[in-house]
Every structure is written in structure tokens, then in C-alpha cells.
Write a protein that binds this ligand. Structure first.
Ligand code: ZN
Ligand code: FE
Length: 257
């Protein structure tokens, strides 16, 4: 499965998945149909599936147009997004599996950013390859999504699921927020040398307008404060050794940053 990362709007990423063996494509969170149609034409491939993580328009805005072009394509989304995702056909819950070509994704129910948000995890098909996590607006490189509909407790549970994935799992999140996220991270975890190095790399990449996505779970666990609520530095920065309270305070600080 080849993954094509398409920039959209000011900071969104859309991911086109291409199964070369069967020459079929799927798309994760088509914010805008135009770049997707262009890429599909370029690859000369048929769209068979749309994988939506949640109902926000910068994730589902392309559904209708893509279905006009590819009426046989099916739309996947979370069961609790019923009525909010245009033309949704499948209503997924935690632990469900969906297949695409020779890969099968496991669904994680990850409420927090919205109350219905899901993520798609494609485990590796061989031992020396990484798996792929499409996590929408739940986990970002160096940060996490705002809590629009969910609670800190839900988000901690959701992010905890990602912490259990293999370190080299590729993290395909839906926005290029990494530099700003790491600027904040340095304010709460200033002694973290991995974080400092990452910040310098990301700053350099963004100066040259290069993408910082995908990230990987190992890097996130070392440098993302929103996966580090149980580390002494973050406990000190928030003055709380309660996971949910530590996380909630970090999220509150980031909202003001
Ligand atoms: Zn969103
Ligand atoms: Fe978004």
C-alpha cells in the first residue's frame, strides 16, 4: 500500500492509499475533492473507499463530490457520527475491522476532539515494516486535538490506546501543526533533549516548507507532552500527578498559548 500525502487548505493533509496489486485507491479525510481527483487521475486508479475519522468539514468536505465521480465507493465513519458524515455507509465501533486491498485496519474509538472520533490502524504485514495509524485530529505530531465535544478523561483514554502501538508505527495526522506544537512543548518540558533536537529539525523542515508528517509513535512518546502525563517533568509543570488532571492542565495551557 502506497500512501500519498496531499496538502489541502492552509494546513490539512489528505491521504490517498493506493493498493498497487489490485489498482484501487482509498482516501482518508478528503477535506477538498480537487487534489484527490487530480491524484486519482494521475495514478489512473479507481476510488473504492473513503475513510472518515470525524465529521468536521475539513475532513468530510470532499465526500459528495468524490461519490459523484465514483458512485461505487463506500464511506466509512464512526457509529456515533451517524447523520453528521455525508453519505456514510458504514458505522464503525471500537475493535471493528475494515479491509482495503491486502491490508486490514482495526478501528479505535477515540473520543475527545469530538464525541464520535475514530482512528484507523493498519498493522504491518511483515515484521520489518511499520504499521500505519490514521488518527485525524486526535493525536498530532507534538500535540493533540482540541477538546470540542469530549472530556480530558476521554482523551487520555483515547491517547493511551495509541501509546500501546509499536514504536515505529507511522502517525498520519490530519494537520501540519508540528512547529507550533513543539514551541508549546518546550515551555512545559524544557529539559527534554529529544524534544529540543526535534524542534530544531522541524523548524528547519518548515523553513523549507517541507512536511513533518508522518511522525512515529516512538518519537511522540519521547517528545509530545500530551502523551507524557505520567513523566516527572510534566507532573511538575502542571503540579498534578493525576493523569487526567495533568493532561487537562496541559490542554488548557496549550489553548491559551
Ligand atoms: Zn476536527
Ligand atoms: Fe481538522
Amino acid at each position: 500500500m502506497q500512501i500519498h500525502r496531499l496538502p489541502a487548505f492552509s494546513d490539512n493533509y489528505i491521504f490517498v492509499l493506493h493498493d498497487l496489486e489490485h489498482n484501487i485507491a482509498a482516501v482518508v479525510d478528503p477535506a477538498d475533492p480537487k487534489p484527490v481527483l487530480k491524484k486519482l487521475e494521475e495514478l489512473d486508479v479507481e476510488l473504492v473507499a473513503i475513510f472518515n475519522t470525524h465529521h468536521h468539514s475539513d475532513h468530510v468536505g470532499g465526500n459528495r463530490r468524490l461519490l459523484q465521480e465514483f458512485p461505487q465507493a463506500v464511506v466509512y465513519g464512526g457509529e456515533r457520527d451517524r447523520g453528521r458524515i455525508p453519505q456514510q455507509h458504514y458505522f464503525l465501533k471500537d475493535g471493528d475491522q475494515v479491509s482495503f486491498g491486502n491490508r486490514t485496519a482495526t478501528i479505535f474509538f477515540v473520543p475527545g476532539h469530538t464525541h464520535a472520533h475514530i482512528a484507523y490502524y493498519f498493522p504491518p504485514i511483515s515484521a520489518n515494516e511499520p504499521g500505519d495509524l490514521f488518527c485525524g485530529d486526535t493525536l498530532f505530531a507534538g500535540g493533540c486535538g482540541r477538546l470540542f465535544e469530549g472530556t480530558p478523561s476521554q482523551m487520555v483514554t483515547s491517547l493511551s490506546k495509541f501509546r500501546t502501538l509499536p514504536e515505529h508505527t507511522q502517525v498520519w495526522c490530519a494537520h501540519e501543526y508540528t512547529l507550533k506544537n513543539l514551541e508549546f512543548a518546550l515551555t512545559v518540558d524544557p529539559g527534554n533533549s529529544y524534544l529540543k533536537n526535534r524542534y530544531l529539525q522541524v523548524r528547519e523542515a518548515r523553513t523549507q516548507l517541507q512536511p513533518t508528517i508522518p511522525s512515529d509513535i516512538g518519537t511522540e512518546k519521547m517528545t509530545n507532552p500530551f502523551l507524557r502525563w505520567d513523566q516527572p517533568e510534566l507532573i511538575a509543570a502542571t503540579d498534578s500527578n493525576d493523569s487526567v488532571q495533568c493532561f487537562a492542565r496541559l490542554r488548557g495551557m496549550k489553548d491559551q498559548f
